[in-house]
Design a protein around this ligand. Structure first.
Ligand code: SF4
Ligand code: SF4
Length: 312
């Protein structure tokens, strides 16, 4: 069938998204994101990208969807919540970021967007698509705003009124015109500044960017060097990533827990005691975290983070 029109296909995609496990989706018209490009350049020039030198490269490609897909006509952005009611259970344990509780989201979302693309091609086999899940130089967060999924909070993360900010973003570009959503035009942060005031390292800038040199998430995940011992007390026991700015956000307090099983914490990890974390062996590390984002860091670095965080 090659005759489906844009309104019918937009509706079909909206209906199919929840079946594939997506909690939200929106449709944006491609354009060059000049403002985001300038902000990124200024941020890198100020050194705030820390050790992430790859962010200096490919700025043009990051801002221009056509550099990824010359005939792109639509950018569809999907959000999949990882907000779960099941958290680490014991007091005083090293804390891991919630996004790393379950399986690697890149693999899960890429597979589902591939399934969606096959579903779309059943209606018109001339449609081509390209999938982005944290895999290419691309402004995923900015496209989430363009597609009406939410607004960029003062902590730099996208917030959706219904599901808050604990969600993963996946993008599907199509060479087919669709009905577009309007970007969220209102800053629902208002006068709130809880995230800024609560950040233990003062990493949140006034322009909704983060100074990666100070941010615990960067220091405990992206940074190849061990976290400086003197930073131990500031970690507030966060040993892989940090969710403090999201946890204090009023929009997350009222957000529903979606409890997708693939993103839930295994019981064995949820129940670990402080002593079990301190005696974590390399064999346990590999077994417990082989499917999680935690496998991105070396065992020795996680052990170091646990050691300095638990001394404080
Ligand atoms: S993740 Fe943690 S350290 Fe980074 S900005 Fe948020 S509260 Fe601050
Ligand atoms: S804590 Fe307040 S200022 Fe920060 S992102 Fe949430 S609503 Fe916005």
């Amino acid at each position: 069938m090659d005759s489906i029109d844009k309104t019918a296909l937009t509706k079909l995609i909206r209906e199919k998204a929840p079946e594939l496990g997506f909690d939200i989706c929106g449709f944006a018209r491609p354009r060059i994101l000049d403002k985001n490009k300038s902000i990124l350049r200024e941020w890198c020039e100020a050194g705030m990208n820390a050790n992430m030198s790859y962010l200096v490269r490919n700025t043009e490609k990051r801002a221009d969807p056509a550099k990824h897909m010359p005939d792109v006509q639509s950018i569809i952005v999907f959000g999949m919540s990882y907000n779960s009611a099941n958290l680490q259970k014991n007091e005083g344990v090293p804390i891991i970021s919630r996004y790393a509780y379950g399986k690697r989201y890149q693999d899960i979302i890429t597979k589902r967007l591939n399934d969606l693309l096959l579903f779309i091609k059943d209606f018109n086999n001339k449609i081509e698509g390209k999938i982005f899940v944290d895999s290419n130089p691309f402004f995923e967060k900015a496209w989430a705003v363009e597609a009406g999924l939410g607004w960029q909070g003062k902590h730099s993360i996208i917030i959706n009124k219904e599901i808050g900010s604990f969600f993963f973003i996946g993008v599907l570009m199509l060479n087919f015109d669709l009905d577009y959503d309007k970007p969220e035009g209102i800053d629902h942060c208002g006068t709130c500044r809880l995230c800024i005031d609560r950040c233990p390292t003062g990493a949140i800038n006034a322009n909704r960017t983060i100074d990666a040199r100070k941010c615990i998430s960067n220091l405990t995940i992206e940074n190849r060097d061990p976290v400086a011992v003197e930073l131990g007390p500031k970690l507030e026991k966060r040993v892989f990533g940090c969710d403090i700015c999201q946890e204090v956000c009023p929009w997350n307090r009222k957000a529903a827990c979606n409890n997708h099983p693939e993103y839930s914490i295994p019981d064995e990890v949820a129940n670990m005691s402080p002593a079990e974390w301190l005696s974590l062996t390399e064999e346990q590390f590999i077994r417990l975290f082989k499917d999680s984002a935690i496998s991105r860091v070396k065992y020795a670095n996680l052990k170091h983070n646990i050691s300095i965080a638990m001394k404080s």
